[in-house]
Write a protein that binds this ligand. Structure first.
Ligand SMILES: *Cc1c(COP(=O)(O)O)cnc(C)c1O
Length: 413
C-alpha cells in the first residue's frame, strides 16, 4: 500500500458490526459484561474487551492501531495531549537518579517538562545539537534515554536519526524521537533506528486544529535490560511488547493520561488527509521560503532551502521535504510585531499544523518562561516570527507576506 491508500485502509475497514465507514464515537465511560468471570478475564488481559475508558476504548483503540501501522510500530498508546505523550514516554522507563540527554532546541513545553522532572530526581543534560558525537560525549553510567525532535520546533534543526540511534544503542539506551513536525509523511523514524516515537497529534495528524491529543509508538526493537530499567522484569513475558504493556498497565493508566473518544474520532478523520495536506503544506512552505530568500528583507530559516545547513540531511532522510514551519527574523521586535499585525490571512495563534496559516512571536509567548540562554539555544530571538504554513493558495500567501514586510519596513500603515 502506498501512503495515501494506507491512511484510509491500513488497519482499518470501518465498523464491521454496523457497516459504518468511520469508527463510531464510543462515548461511554464503562463497558458492561454478561458475567463476573468475563469482566475478570478482561481485567486480567486474559480476554479481549473493554472495561473502562481510562484504560481502553474502541474509538481510541482504532486510532491507536492506525497510527501504529502508519509508523510501522508494534503498538501505540494514545494520550490526552502531546505533552502527556512526551511525559509518559519518559516516565515509563525512568526513575530517580537517571539522566536523559536531550536537545536544547526543543518545543518550549518539553523544555519546561524536563525542568519539572528535576523535582523527581530525573536530570536532563542538554546539548545544542543531538548528534552521535554529543551523545557519546555526554553519556554517563546514569544515562537512560536520548530524546530529540526530528525537526526542532522552532529552531528547525534536523536530527540525523541513523547516526544518533547508533550512538544511543552503543551506550545501551533507547532513542525517543518527537516526530510531530516531520510526520510519517516525511519519515518513519523506526526505519532509521529510532526506538520510540511520539507525536503531538494535535498538529499535523489532526490537521484542522480541533482536538488536542498525543500518541506514543513503540518499534519493539529495544531490548530492555531489567537491571537498568526498573519494573521491566514483570513485563518480560510480553517480549517485544514489554514497553507498551508496561505503559498501558502502569504510569499511563495510573496517571490518567487517556485520550477522550471524541478527540480520537476527530484525529482519526484528520489522519485520513495527512498525505494530501502535507504535500500541499511542504510545497507552499518551500515556495514561501524561496520568496523570503529572494526578497532578502527578512532572514529566513527553512531546512529544505539550499542555504540551510540541514539541506543534505533533508534530502537523504526526509525525501527532500522540509515540513511546514518557517522562521523569519524581521530585524527587530517592533518590526516583527508590525509584520505580524499587518498580515491579512495568517491567524496570530500558538499552534502549528492547522490548515490555515498561523504566526507567532515565540520570544514573547511560548518562550516567555525561558532564560535568554534557553531562547537563543532554541533559535528564538527578539525578532523571530514562526510561521506555520497553511494550505491557502501560495500566490495569496506570498502577496500577504510581501505586503506585511513592506509595512514593517516602512513603519507606515
Ligand atoms: C505542540 C507540540 C508538543 C506538545 O503537544 P500538545 O498536543 O500541545 O500537548 C510537543 N512537541 C512538539 C514538537 C510540539 O509541536
Amino acid at each position: 500500500m502506498n501512503f495515501n491508500t494506507a491512511l484510509l485502509h491500513q488497519s482499518f475497514g470501518g465498523d464491521k458490526s454496523s457497516g459504518a465507514t468511520l469508527a463510531p464515537i464510543c462515548q461511554s465511560s464503562a463497558f458492561a459484561h454478561e458475567s463476573a468471570e468475563k469482566l475478570e478475564a478482561i481485567f486480567n488481559s486474559k480476554a479481549p474487551g473493554y472495561a473502562y475508558t481510562r484504560i481502553s476504548n474502541p474509538t481510541v483503540d482504532s486510532f491507536e492501531r492506525r497510527i501504529a501501522a502508519l509508523e510501522k510500530g508494534i503498538g501505540a498508546v494514545a494520550c490526552s495531549s502531546g505533552m502527556a505523550a512526551v511525559t509518559m514516554s519518559l516516565l515509563n522507563i525512568l526513575q530517580s537518579g537517571d539522566e536523559v540527554i536531550a536537545g536544547s532546541a526543543l518545543f518550549g513545553g518539553t523544555i519546561d517538562l524536563f525542568g519539572d522532572l528535576e523535582a523527581f530526581g530525573i536530570k536532563t543534560v542538554f546539548t545544542e545539537e543531538v548528534t552521535a558525537e554529543s551523545v557519546s560525549r555526554l553519556a554517563t553510567d546514569k544515562t537512560r534515554a536520548v530524546f530529540t525532535e526530528l525537526i526542532g520546533n522552532p529552531k528547525l534543526n534536523v536530527t540525523d536519526v541513523r547516526a544518533v540511534s547508533e550512538a544511543a544503542h552503543k551506550i545501551g539506551v533507547p532513542l525517543i524521537v518527537d516526530s510531530t513536525t516531520a510526520t510519517p509523511y516525511l519519515i518513519n523514524p523506526f526505519d532509521h533506528g529510532a526506538d520510540i516515537v511520539v507525536h503531538s497529534s494535535s498538529k499535523y495528524i489532526n490537521g484542522s486544529g480541533n482536538a488536542i491529543s498525543g500518541v506514543i509508538i513503540d518499534s519493539g526493537n529495544f531490548k530492555w535490560d531489567c537491571s537498568r530499567y526498573r519494573g521491566f522484569e514483570e513485563y518480560k513475558k510480553f517480549g517485544r511488547l514489554a514497553y507498551i504493556a508496561k505503559l498501558r498497565n502502569g504510569i499511563w493508566r495510573n496517571m490518567g493520561a487517556c485520550l477522550a473518544p471524541m478527540n480520537a474520532f476527530l484525529n482519526s478523520i484528520g489522519l485520513e488527509t495527512l498525505g494530501l495536506r502535507m504535500e500541499r503544506l511542504c510545497d507552499n512552505s518551500k515556495m514561501l521560503a524561496e520568496f523570503f530568500e529572494a526578497d532578502g528583507r527578512v532572514k529566513v530559516n527553512y531546512p529544505a532551502l539550499r542555504s540551510s545547513p540541514y539541506y543534505e540531511l533533508v534530502d537523504s532522510q526526509l525525501k527532500g521535504m522540509g515540513g511546514a514551519i518557517i522562521t523569519i527574523r524581521a530585524g527587530s521586535r517592533e518590526k516583527a510585531f508590525k509584520l505580524i499585525n499587518s498580515l491579512k490571512y495568517a491567524s496570530i495563534a500558538t499552534n502549528i499544523g492547522d490548515v490555515r496559516t498561523l504566526v507567532i512571536h515565540p520570544a514573547s509567548t511560548i518562550y516567555t518562561h525561558s532564560t535568554e540562554e534557553q531562547r537563543v539555544n532554541a533559535g528564538v530571538f527578539d525578532d523571530t516570527i514562526r510561521i506555520s504554513v497553511g494550505i491557502e493558495d501560495i500566490d495569496d500567501l506570498i502577496a500577504d507576506f510581501k505586503n506585511a514586510i513592506d509595512k514593517s519596513e516602512n513603519g507606515g500603515n
